[in-house]
Each structure stands twice: as structure tokens, then as C-alpha cells.
Design a protein around this ligand. Sequence first.
Ligand SMILES: C[S@@+](CC[C@H](N)C(=O)[O-])C[C@H]1O[C@@H](n2cnc3c(N)ncnc32)[C@H](O)[C@@H]1O
Length: 199
Amino acid sequence: MWKAHYDKIKKEKHPPAYTLSQTLNLISSKDKFKAIDLGCGNGIDTFAMLEKGFDVLAIDKDSNAQLLLQKQISPKDMVRLNFQNSSFESLDELPSADLVNASFSLPFCHPHQFEKLWLNIINCISPEGFFCGHFFGSKDSWSSNSDMTFHNLQTVKKLFEGFELLYFEETAKNGKTLSGKEKFWHVFHVVAKKHHSTK
Ligand SMILES: C[S@@+](CC[C@H](N)C(=O)[O-])C[C@H]1O[C@@H](n2cnc3c(N)ncnc32)[C@H](O)[C@@H]1O
């Protein structure tokens, strides 16, 4: 299903997501910084985090993602990358992480499983750790898809009660998917830092 998306991203040599780039600018390189890339796809963001020296656990339900990562990874980074072929809906507890990145992926979690997934995410982020990623809004063209999860301003802000929002933008505009189809994009772009006192 995601092949066209992966091919397009690779061909055009896309940079990492803006939310991730912003987050990487806030973090000074340090040893043993643990990141999780949820819905890693072909790994544009995963590779940016590896380049920064992080240990990365990349998760995707599409096993092609693993092949694409393996094809492109430089040998020196191999020891710092783990791939888990799991769906968000079936994820057990996530390991502790300093950063969870989820670029354009969490909306594809089934709404019945989203709350469990979100609790899992916020519990795994260490105090003063980061989340960056995207949520889709209820005005998005795909919002009639009952297998996907959509938010509004209130519900998305509520997700971040234990966090400081460092970057928050809501966009709503016509555009295209990477495979060229017209759609209305209603997206919340988020970078957040977990408060020190919450787990
Ligand atoms: C739009 S792509 C984004 C890929 C990558 N994060 C990026 O920004 O280029 C969504 C990714 O999420 C993965 N995905 C979709 N639904 C998923 C689910 N329920 N569980 C795990 N991964 C999922 C897809 O396989 C795909 O790689």
C-alpha cells in the first residue's frame, strides 16, 4: 500500500519532517540518546536521527520498511538501529525513549486503539524527553475513514497535558498526496517536551 509513497520520497530526496528537524536542533548530541520512529516508512527521519548519533528503534507494520532501511543504512550505523515489524494496534509497551517521532503516521492507527497507543507513547518518553509528529484534523479529506484517527484543536491539545508545546501549528489547505492525488490536508504539527515531574 505504501510503495508509491516510499518510492516518491526516495526519488525526490526529501528532507526529514520539519517537526523532526526543529526537534533535532534543540538536542545537543549525546551518547545513548534513545529515539523511536513510529511508522518509519522508508526511513528519511530514521536516518536523520541515526546521523545525529541516536540509537533508533524504527517501527512500521509494513515489512518493506525494514528492507528499505537495510538497503540504505551505512554499515557504521547498523549497531544503533533496530526495526520492529508491528502495527500500532498490536504494540506492547514501548521501551523508554528520549524522543518519539511520528511523522504522518499516528492518524493511521485505528481509533479504538489510539488511546492505548497514546498512553504507551507518553509513558515511554523520559522526563524532559521529546515528542514530534503530526495528527490529522476532522476537516481532512480522509476524515470519513473510520479506520483512522482524527482530532480537533481541543483533543489534540489535551494529548499534551503533561508536556510543554514548543511548536504547534494547525494547517488546513488543498494539496496533493505524494502519489499525486488531490486532497484537503488538515494537519496539526507538534513538537513537545515532557515536563520533568510527570512520568
Ligand atoms: C504516510 S507514511 C509516513 C512514513 C514516514 N514517517 C514519513 O514521514 O515519510 C505512514 C507510515 O505509517 C505506517 N503505518 C500505517 N498504519 C500503521 C499502523 N497501523 N501501524 C504501524 N505502522 C503503520 C505505514 O506503513 C507507513 O510507512
